[in-house]
Design a binder for this molecule. Structure first.
Ligand code: SAM
Length: 195
């Protein structure tokens, strides 16, 4: 079985979904995939789609890769890379059918808001990376970051918000979500489609 760790030959050129995955199938990215609970369940559930986890911590990348090997999942890969670099410079524009951005650090203090990935200048970067009708799915435990994302996406004018009912489609909970909900806390979510 091919190693799920994706190690590019060239970190400075843009990569199409086909170059990364080797097949012409819908390509979904899990930004900050952590321990990979969501990513691996998605890969199990949708064998006809390809999944790439982006994660900056090497230990987590290795952990997800070894679980993917144990489960003999051929449709999942993990790339050790910084999220914004991946979207802005690494992936070919128009490549991703869905981007999952689940339970990121909300950087709650006002002086740290500049560290949030979602900013006004991020919106066109996300837009260009998605394929036609590509979707952006976001979850957070932090109400103020949720409102922040709705504001930034809304004023960009580049996306339309879609319904996201419970059980509308298969969408497993992330490891972080399970932990959070076990403490009786709320998880916010939003789903957008590229205009
Ligand atoms: C709070 S955890 C959430 C993990 C997973 N999405 C979940 O919901 O269980 C955030 C993850 O994103 C990774 N991460 C944070 N900032 C990142 C960045 N700029 N680029 C890549 N990974 C990042 C962290 O290492 C961590 O594994």
């Amino acid at each position: 079985m091919k190693d799920p760790a994706y190690i590019p030959d060239d970190y400075f050129s843009r990569h199409s979904a086909l170059e990364i995955t080797g097949v012409d199938q819908p390509f979904e990215v899990d930004l900050g995939c952590g321990d990979g609970g969501f990513l691996l369940q998605m890969a199990n559930h949708y064998p006809e789609r390809r999944f790439l986890g982006i994660e900056r911590l090497l230990g987590r990348v290795r952990g997800v890769c070894s679980k993917a090997k144990q489960e003999k999942l051929e449709n999942v890969q993990v790339l050790r890379m910084e999220s914004q670099y991946f979207l802005e410079w690494f992936v070919q524009p128009g490549s991703m059918s869905r981007l999952h951005y689940l339970c990121p650090d909300p950087w709650p203090k006002a002086r740290h808001h500049k560290n949030r990935l979602v900013q006004d200048e991020f919106m066109p970067i996300l837009h260009q990376a998605l394929a036609e009708n590509g979707e952006f799915l976001f979850k957070t435990d932090h109400e103020e970051y949720y409102e922040w994302v709705l504001d930034h996406v809304g004023r960009s004018g580049l996306f339309e918000r879609l319904e996201w009912e419970d059980d509308q489609f298969y969408y497993p909970k992330t490891d972080f979500q399970l932990l959070w909900e076990s403490m009786g806390k709320v998880m916010y979510r939003a789903r957008f489609v590229k205009k």
